[in-house]
Design a protein around this ligand. Structure first.
Ligand code: ADP
Ligand code: AMP
Length: 214
């Protein structure tokens, strides 16, 4: 199955994408994770992306579209994939359509995780990310066993630079302006599924599984 996760920053795309990928046995592809890995490795792509990410802006389309087209053409994506954080603009969605057309396939569902802005702002302040493996926690809704320490790899948990309140507000503005139009884009294609992202994580997952018939 080929899925796209849509939703504001902090709506729970990564949380649900990881679970859905394990459930469906397909790769989870997060463009944010790819950029963060490049920043950590000190690559040229990472250096370019960091500038935009720290400002709460989107990385330019030309730095992300080819990267995703290449990733979804890999052997492990033959039976499907879950895209998390891509596409984020209409040109990215059009580039994805072309890449899928070249592969002779198309998207099955675009899952929009709907969460109002007020809930996003309080949720993001509690997100903690592992500096080692990138695992995500929430101090209240999904705490690690030991405060500040990753359950999986034992490294430190930090507040991402772009999760600071001022940057979150900028990111929400960018989301409404550039990413929200994708809801109509995928609705017009008849592949949009909307789930209530204000529920607990297990209930959000159950709603996704039921609506995509997985
Ligand atoms: P996104 O990938 O959309 O930016 P995440 O999956 O990283 O969002 O979730 C943002 C934060 O909210 C994380 O700290 C995560 O643990 C927490 N979270 C995710 N889903 C829920 C939920 N349904 N209820 C409460 N907190 C959630
Ligand atoms: P995320 O981990 O999905 O919240 O992404 C973190 C940041 O990476 C975003 O705020 C953007 O700056 C950048 N980013 C991730 N995916 C994309 C994308 N598809 N297009 C542009 N920028 C992106």
């Amino acid at each position: 199955m080929r899925l796209i996760m849509l939703g504001a920053p902090g709506a729970g795309k990564g949380t649900q994408a990881k679970r859905a990928a394990a459930h469906l046995g397909v790769p989870h592809i997060s463009t944010g994770d790819i950029f963060r890995a490049n920043i950590k490795e000190g690559t040229e792509l990472g250096r370019k992306a960091k500038e935009y990410m720290d400002a709460g802006a989107l990385v330019p389309d030309e730095l992300v579209c080819d990267l995703v087209a290449d990733r979804i053409s890999k052997e492990d994506c033959a039976k499907g994939f879950i895209l998390d954080g891509f596409p984020r603009t209409i040109p990215q969605a059009e580039a994805l359509d072309r890449a899928l057309e070249n592969l002779g396939t198309s998207i099955d569902y675009a899952v929009d995780i709907d969460v109002p802005d007020e809930a996003i702002i309080s949720r993001m302040g509690g997100r903690r990310a592992c500096v080692g493996c990138g695992a995500t926690y929430h101090i209240k809704f999904n705490p690690p066993k030991q405060e500040g320490v990753c359950d999986t790899c034992g490294k430190d948990l930090i507040l991402r630079d772009d999760d600071k309140p001022e940057t979150v507000k900028t990111r929400l503005g960018v989301y409404h302006e550039q990413t929200q139009p994708l809801i109509d884009f995928y609705s017009a294609k008849g592949v949009l599924v909307t789930v209530d992202g204000t529920q607990g994580m297990d209930d959000v997952f159950a709603e996704i599984v039921s609506k995509i018939g997985a």
